[in-house]
Design a protein around this ligand. Structure first.
Ligand SMILES: Cc1cc2nc3c(=O)[nH]c(=O)nc-3n(C[C@H](O)[C@H](O)[C@H](O)COP(=O)(O)OP(=O)(O)OC[C@H]3O[C@@H](n4cnc5c(N)ncnc54)[C@H](O)[C@@H]3O)c2cc1C
Length: 409
């Protein structure tokens, strides 16, 4: 079909999770989806470690609490009310995809293969898809939008921007969608990486990469400030140049170089109780090696050895060898290890983008632009970012559904 001479009811720009889901739910097949990569849904393929964690069932009551700000939660409310995780799951199951829900509420295709999700979305598209199409300009002249690409010019009544954010740019979401939004008069909240690992200064824990601390308690401080600006409990993972894991990923949108993180090497609900417990363990076993006592307390062997090494203790040291100050240092090291943050990983390694098309300029009830009639947005191009656990894909799917429900063809 020569797609260029048709006047389309809808043109969708961006064939990712949001664009494809929208294309599957459009009320018309006189629709075109323009994708600038050679394939659609490239990012879907790497979600959830290639298994695609498409939503989460655990947080029914406080689902919205998993998004970055009150403004975002307020904005997403109507989309989630109209299309919650249960509806998403029903839809995929109705298309023949079996799903599994893990204990932590994360939902995956039973095949644990993200290709299955991507392929169903492409198969269900009601829009024709053109690949490898670079857009040079967009405009609205009277009633219709004109989209100029290196494959010709397309005209449509409704235009949807679903170009994603700018993390993992090699998947196609390279931030070029923000320029398209700007061409049509929208403002962009400056994008920054979110759900990203952090690098830390003078990091001597490289050999611990791959080890995790379960339910660590962490506090974050700006340089020179005594008052913490953030506290969190969750899992922390050691990497070759810093820290990752759910606690760090979630916090990353708030962090910058120079901030510090203080965290426990053990699960900790009450710092004082854990400190007293450790001191009691040391006092009651004066002849046992310190590293053995730390392991008894719950540290993995390599972490216990690292603590002993950092305190410049002999590996065979026992509590009997330690004076009061050394015992206190040891306990502090286990309950309040501090690192200075050297930087946050960039867009090449961040899972999502914080920032994007300003929510103030979009009607949350239908995802239509308040500036340009018949212009819509869905997915991560919007200034919406969720925690890890299926929240970002659900936001992409629910906002796409909202567009499909309200677009006037
Ligand atoms: C490593 C990784 C793992 C993740 N895992 C999960 C997970 O398990 N669960 C979860 O909920 N979220 C996860 N996410 C986040 C999730 O993938 C995104 O939030 C989601 O894909 C956003 O969907 P979208 O359609 O808005 O954008 P995208 O999926 O990024 O799609 C945008 C599409 O638009 C196209 N495009 C961009 N610009 C243009 C242009 N100018 N012209 C034409 N086409 C254009 C792109 O090529 C792309 O195909 C993960 C992200 C990463 C990077």
């Amino acid at each position: 079909m020569d797609t260029r001479n048709t006047l389309y009811d809808v043109v969708v720009i961006g064939g990712g999770a949001a664009g494809l889901f929208l294309a599957a739910h459009l009320p018309t097949s006189k629709a075109l989806l323009i994708e600038h990569k050679e394939a659609a849904g490239k990012k879907i393929l790497i979600t959830g470690g290639g298994m695609c964690n498409l939503t989460n069932t655990q947080a029914k009551e406080d689902f919205l609490q998993h998004y970055g700000s009150r403004a975002q939660r307020n904005f997403l409310l109507p989309s989630f009310q109209a299309f919650p995780p249960s509806s998403l799951m029903q839809w995929f199951e109705s298309k023949g995809v079996s799903l599994v829900t893990r204990e932590d509420g994360k939902v995956f295709p039973a095949s644990l293969d993200a290709h299955e999700i991507r392929d169903v979305l492409v198969r269900e598209s009601k829009a024709s898809i053109v690949y490898n199409s670079k857009i040079s300009s967009l405009s609205k002249d009277g009633e219709y939008f004109s989209i100029h690409t290196d494959n010709g010019c397309f005209t449509c009544k409704n235009l949807v921007l679903a170009t994603g954010g700018m993390s993992y740019p090699n998947t196609g979401s390279d931030g070029s969608g923000y320029s398209l939004a700007k061409m049509l008069g929208h403002s962009i909240v400056p994008p920054k990486p979110a759900l990203a690992a952090i690098m830390v200064d003078t990091y001597q824990w490289k050999h611990l990469a791959g080890n995790a601390i379960r339910s660590s308690y962490a506090e974050f401080h700006h340089p020179g400030e005594k008052k913490r600006f953030l506290q969190a409990t969750g899992d922390i993972l050691f990497t070759h140049d810093g820290l990752s894991g759910p606690l760090i990923l979630t916090a990353s949108r708030e962090l910058k170089a120079g901030d510090s993180i203080t965290f426990s090497l053990l699960p900790m609900e009450n710092k004082r109780e854990v400190q007293e417990y450790l001191l009691a363990l040391l006092s009651s076993q004066p002849k046992k090696q310190v590293s053995t006592i730390l392991k008894e307390a719950g540290l993995v062997t390599s972490l216990a050895q690292q603590v002993v090494r950092e305190l410049a203790l002999d590996p065979t040291s026992t509590p009997a060898h330690l004076n009061k100050a050394q015992r206190q240092d040891l306990v502090r090291m286990v309950t309040e290890r501090r690192f200075i943050i050297k930087g946050i990983k960039g867009f090449n390694a961040a899972m999502v983008t914080c920032g994007g098309v300003s929510l103030k300029e979009i009607d949350r009830n239908n995802m239509q632009s308040k500036r340009v009639e018949h212009l819509y947005f869905c997915g991560e191009i919007l200034d919406v970012d969720g925690q890890s656990g299926g929240y970002n894909l659900q936001a992409a799917f629910s906002t796409a559904y909202c567009v499909a429900e309200h677009i006037q063809v």
